[in-house]
Design a binder for this molecule. Structure first.
Ligand code: SF4
Length: 367
């Protein structure tokens, strides 16, 4: 059995079809950043081609009632994680870094292999689970009014996300916040089963309000993306020049362990980006031996990050590089670059979440 759950494969397309054909259900779906640059490979497109518009059109044809973008809640994750990081630094509790928590393969690895480090793993829910919580909240009152039940589906590059969605910590009143996770490959199967000619679809926009995202939200799909997004959030200077300097600070690229130092107030932020669990183990040993010291560490279980997840179409290294380029191209053309500049995120905090941020967006893993 895979210790991370990353190769536990359970297909859910049949259940999702049944929900879609149930007239008493409203089936809503979220799409992870990495899916848009890989799904096209199942339909003859080159790796890295951003097909979010066609994917949205296909999802509506399949019968989903609303289509949202997980990049929106990636922005939300960065808001919460950056706040947690600053609080930790200010507290002086800096012996070990804050570790990211958006990869369930990594969280499971820490639980199983290094429970002593669990207290350093961010309490932020992953973007998928944050979207699950936001949608449950949003549709709760609508369901009461129209007597329907909202079913929440997530399309992920990842098989470990299925196990994450099923964890007890992500249940509200006995029901998972995300009912089904289907992988990129399973979505390709559904498109083919529906007889949709994917290549001929006209691109469509996703549904508001939970689909407006910054470039920082979308780069979550590649290794180093969470770190770059967090740095963009905490630096005061958000000029084009400053963001370019962050881009070249060493957080990008396919190397298994990357290190960087970026100016932070009167000091520096020491960061590391790790992809692949073997590399994570190497870094943990160095941290525990006192050989290295960081403030913040991003860990993704899959080498290369989510663009290379086990639920994506099979790929070689050159394809993964193309997918990564595709993700950064999306970021490059976004006007909003930083999570804290996303007006939909600001609106959500001001008018929906208010003082419920901890309750809705954080998790405390049970021992
Ligand atoms: Fe899933 Fe891999 Fe991404 Fe982790 S890095 S969330 S295991 S696809």
């Amino acid at each position: 059995v895979c210790p991370t759950g990353a190769i536990t494969i359970k297909k859910n397309t049949r259940e999702v079809w049944e929900e879609i054909f149930d007239p008493k259900k409203r089936v809503v779906v979220q799409i992870a950043p990495a899916v848009r640059v890989a799904l096209g490979e199942e339909f003859g497109y080159a790796p890295g081609k951003n097909l979010i518009g066609k994917i949205t059109a296909a999802l509506r044809k399949i019968g989903f009632d609303a289509v949202y973008d997980t990049s929106f809640t990636a922005d939300l994750t960065i808001m919460e994680e950056a706040a947690e990081l600053i609080k930790k630094i200010e507290s002086g509790n800096n012996e070990f870094p804050l570790f990211t928590s958006c990869c369930p393969g990594w969280v499971k690895y820490v639980e199983n292999q290094h429970p002593e480090l669990m207290e350093y793993v961010s309490t932020c829910k992953s973007p998928m689970q944050m979207m699950g919580a936001v949608l449950r909240d949003y549709y709760g009152s609508i369901d009461k009014e129209d007597g329907k039940t909202t079913v929440s589906v997530a399309i992920m590059p990842c098989t470990a996300k299925k196990a994450e969605a099923a964890r007890e910590e992500f249940m509200t009143e006995g029901r998972p916040d995300v009912d089904y996770v289907i992988t990129t490959q399973e979505l390709a199967d559904m498109i083919k089963e529906a007889g949709i000619v994917f290549n001929e679809l006209h691109p469509e926009g996703e549904d508001m309000p939970y689909s407006l995202y910054s470039g920082a939200g979308v780069i979550f799909g590649a290794t180093g993306g969470v770190m770059e997004a967090a740095i963009r959030r905490v630096v005061e200077d958000k000029s084009h020049q400053s963001l370019k300097e962050i881009e070249y600070s060493g957080v990008r690229g396919m190397k298994g362990i990357k290190e960087s130092e970026v100016p932070f107030g009167n000091s520096v932020l020491r960061v590391a980006v790790v992809s692949g669990l073997q590399n994570a183990e190497t870094l943990i040993k160095k941290l525990q031996n006192g050989e290295v010291k960081y403030d913040f560490v991003e860990v993704m279980a899959c080498p290369g990050g989510c663009i290379a997840g086990a639920g994506q179409p099979f790929s070689h290294l050159k394809d993964k590089k193309k997918r990564t380029e595709g993700i950064y191209d999306v970021d490059g053309s976004e006007q909003i670059k930083c999570s804290d500049c996303n007006p939909a995120v600001i609106d959500l905090y001001d008018n929906v979440i208010k003082d419920r941020a901890h309750e809705m967006l954080h998790v405390h893993y049970q021992k």
